[in-house]
Design a protein around this ligand. Structure first.
Ligand code: BGC
Length: 422
């Protein structure tokens, strides 16, 4: 229950209303009464996300179902609303979570339907990456359906801005990086377009940590070893992250990730550290990789943080809902759905039998790394529980937003948060 509480506590109070509002959406058109009706809760509300979500809705409709959309902006708010609905006995047909541990307590409380039948019918084990099978299963049973692979440690650069300041390619070490940021600053533009929410600041920190030392990244998130904070790798990452604070504009706190992407799209800012869902925004704005923007995995392009999205199917014995869940489960992973959805979403398919040539240049880079386990690490949410993730978010965000805080204080507090979870 600790994790459910962590999820609920991190969302603003208005989320409580969201559950009730989403419930209203259940009243669908009378003419569609006999069709399997799926109310699907998710947080895909940006332009690119909505375009991707539409693929799911259209494919489900084509397969004979009725899609009832229940979108709630913001991952934390959405997850809290979903948990409220599920725990409160008024669950949606399906709900989005990140691939990993966020739904641990829902499984523990017996609030989700196992998906073994759907997994067997769709032969999920024949194509899902082993790490994703593990992340979606508990005690050998599937409880979640992975729908994509999102690379989480991308650096997106505005080509217009780099061209303007005479930088011909994305930097590949921290000295080059800060030299480029200085030039952008001197030109009166925003060097780093940072979205101002704890989870976004943590993405930037995790990206910096991995780019600085893979060993330190794994010791931090996979082993959750408090001693990591005394290693040179962690310390250097803390210094770099701390230094980045002076390259961010005053509008950053509270900013949505897609508004940060918009700063790149409109040529106002140089770089954004974000998952590849940001690519969906470039796509929706008609922008192309290498022509309008650069996409670089971390600093050197050699290590990809992998994660993604799953849908869980809350427990129900209602025949109609069970039918809707089964139809939804087979639709989301169908090869044609995977192709169309992931192209819009900016993510990579979770199936290997999807035509990779249809994806853009950034996805090609990601898929190359995805094919080799030596070039990838798991995203934070896949390896640590929701309550520890929340505690680390707090430490990261405090450092990021308090320019007076030293890297030493940050590393001490990060170590203490890891220790407290032991
Ligand atoms: C999800 C993405 C989503 C992003 C921003 C992430 O947690 O995995 O699918 O696009 O949040 O909303």
């Amino acid at each position: 229950m600790k994790n459910l509480k962590a999820i609920l506590q991190r969302a603003p109070a208005r989320t409580m209303l969201a559950g009730a509002l989403a419930a209203l959406a259940l009243a669908g058109p009378a003419a569609a009464q006999d069709k399997p009706k799926a109310e699907v809760m998710h947080w895909w509300t940006s332009g690119g996300e909505a375009a991707a979500l539409k693929v799911f809705a259209d494919q489900y409709t084509k397969a004979g179902g009725v899609w009832v959309d229940a979108a709630i902006a913001g991952g934390e708010q959405a997850r809290a609303a979903m948990v409220n609905r599920i725990v409160g006995g008024n669950p949606p047909t399906a709900a989005q979570f990140n691939t990993g541990k966020q739904f641990d307590d829902l499984v523990g409380q017996n609030l989700l339907n196992p998906l073994d039948q759907a997994a067997e019918a769709g032969q999920w084990k024949s194509f899902l990456p082993p790490a994703f099978i593990e992340a979606a299963s508990r005690d050998g049973h599937f409880y979640a359906e992975p729908v994509n692979v999102h690379g989480q440690n991308w650096a997106f650069y505005s080509k217009e801005v780099l061209d303007k300041v005479g930088v011909s390619a994305p930097p590949t070490n921290w000295d080059e990086f800060f030299a480029a940021m200085d030039k952008i600053k001197a030109a009166g533009l925003i060097p780093i377009a940072q979205g101002g929410q704890p989870w976004q600041e943590h993405i930037t920190f995790a990206t910096v940590l991995l780019a600085t030392s893979k060993e330190a990244y794994e010791q931090t998130y996979v082993k959750q070893d408090p001693a990591v904070v005394s290693t040179p790798g962690f310390k250097q990452a803390a210094d770099v992250f701390g230094k980045m604070r002076s390259y961010v504009d005053p509008g950053s706190p509270g900013r949505n990730w897609n508004d940060a992407t918009a700063l790149l799209i409109t040529g106002k800012a140089g770089v954004q550290f974000m998952g590849d869902w940001a690519k969906g925004e470039f796509k929706a704005a008609g922008k192309q990789p290498d022509k309008d923007y650069y996409c670089q995995v971390g600093l050197k392009g050699d290590q990809l943080i992998i994660g993604g999205d799953v849908f869980v199917f809350p427990k129900t014995s209602d025949e109609g809902q069970l039918k809707a869940q089964a139809l939804l489960a087979s639709t989301l992973l169908a090869p044609d759905t995977q192709l169309l959805f992931n192209i819009q979403k900016g993510s990579m398919p979770v199936r290997k039998d999807v035509d990779a040539t249809k994806f853009d240049a950034c996805a090609q880079k990601g898929m190359k790394l995805l094919a080799d386990p030596a070039h990838q690490v798991a995203v934070v949410d896949m390896v640590i529980a929701a309550d520890l993730k929340g505690a680390l978010d707090d430490v990261v965000t405090k450092f990021w937003n308090d320019k007076g805080e030293t890297a030493e204080t940050f590393t001490t507090q990060f170590g203490e948060a890891l220790k407290a979870a032991k």
